[in-house]
Ligand binder design. Structure first.
Ligand code: SF4
Length: 262
């Protein structure tokens, strides 16, 4: 509960374990996935209030149809092949300011996948998604669900840091997102969580107010897609964590996870 009630500050990282601390034992009801329950944990969260600015699309293309199911042992190899295809990418203007391509990370056979907007300064420096303060909050959210970060797969709409952390332009998102779609097809998560309006826009293929997308289950490439707030937004407006937690509970229900308490 604590995670969702107090303001998030610079001490959040250090206090992470306390925030998601012992309460109950989430139970993974559905078998066959790679996500394992984490011992002890409870928490909640919620997101949003404002919507990041997304410019009206020059052609917000719909996602291509889902790929055929892939045996679990081939998923890691499929992800490696996608990374090789990306190479030292210069397909969009974002390559000019990047330090590192942030491909994505996590369990190649994850049942739960998170998609954010794009790398920030910390991610650009380390080559990993969600490693700054927003990443720590995402880790707390995952822990609140009774899971571990390494159980999940985490990626972004664009793989190079936009200058000044601006929202990716539609042409940049449309150029890069096909690689993300291939990653989704390789991992084949049961549940996708879109973190913020940019992720929701480019996953669902249309610009819509976040408020109208939250609170329900969308179908996307064979997965159940849940839309919630971006952790960076929650850092700015912790009051929205309760709403985010409600969204994550929908994801937990889709995964067969039982919440330990309200
Ligand atoms: S954002 Fe994506 S498409 Fe653009 S340069 Fe980086 S990897 Fe290539």
């Amino acid at each position: 509960m604590e995670l969702y009630r107090r303001p998030v500050d610079s001490a959040e990282a250090e206090a992470a374990e306390d925030e998601v601390g012992a309460a109950g034992q989430p139970v993974m009801a559905a078998a066959g996935g790679a996500v394992a329950p984490q011992s002890a944990s409870a928490a909640q969260s919620s997101f949003f209030g404002e919507e990041p600015t997304i410019k009206a699309g020059k052609g917000m293309v719909a996602a291509p149809p889902a790929a055929a199911a892939m045996p679990a042992d081939e998923r890691a190899e499929a992800l490696r092949a996608i990374r090789e295809d990306i190479g030292d990418c210069t397909r969009c203007a974002l390559h000019k300011g990047r330090n590192t391509i942030v491909f994505g990370t996590g369990n190649p056979a994850a049942r739960l996948m998170f998609v954010g907007e794009g790398p920030g300064a910390d991610e650009d420096a380390q080559g990993l998604p969600f490693v700054g303060r927003a990443g720590q909050l995402l880790n707390n959210m995952i822990a609140a669900m009774g899971l571990k970060r390494e159980d999940c797969y985490i990626a972004n709409i664009v793989k190079c840091r936009p200058p000044g952390n601006r929202t990716p332009e539609p042409d940049e998102a449309h150029t890069c997102s096909p690689f993300l779609f291939r990653q989704i097809d390789a991992v084949r998560p049961q549940v996708l969580v879109a973190l913020g309006a940019t992720a929701a826009t480019y996953l669902l293929g249309a610009r819509q107010p976040l408020a109208g997308l939250r609170g329900r289950v969308h179908a996307f490439r064979g997965a159940s897609l849940i839309v919630t707030y971006h952790p960076a937004f929650l850092l700015r407006d912790p009051r929205q964590k309760k709403e985010a937690w409600a969204d994550l509970q929908i994801a937990m229900k889709e995964l067969g996870l039982k919440k330990s308490r309200d």
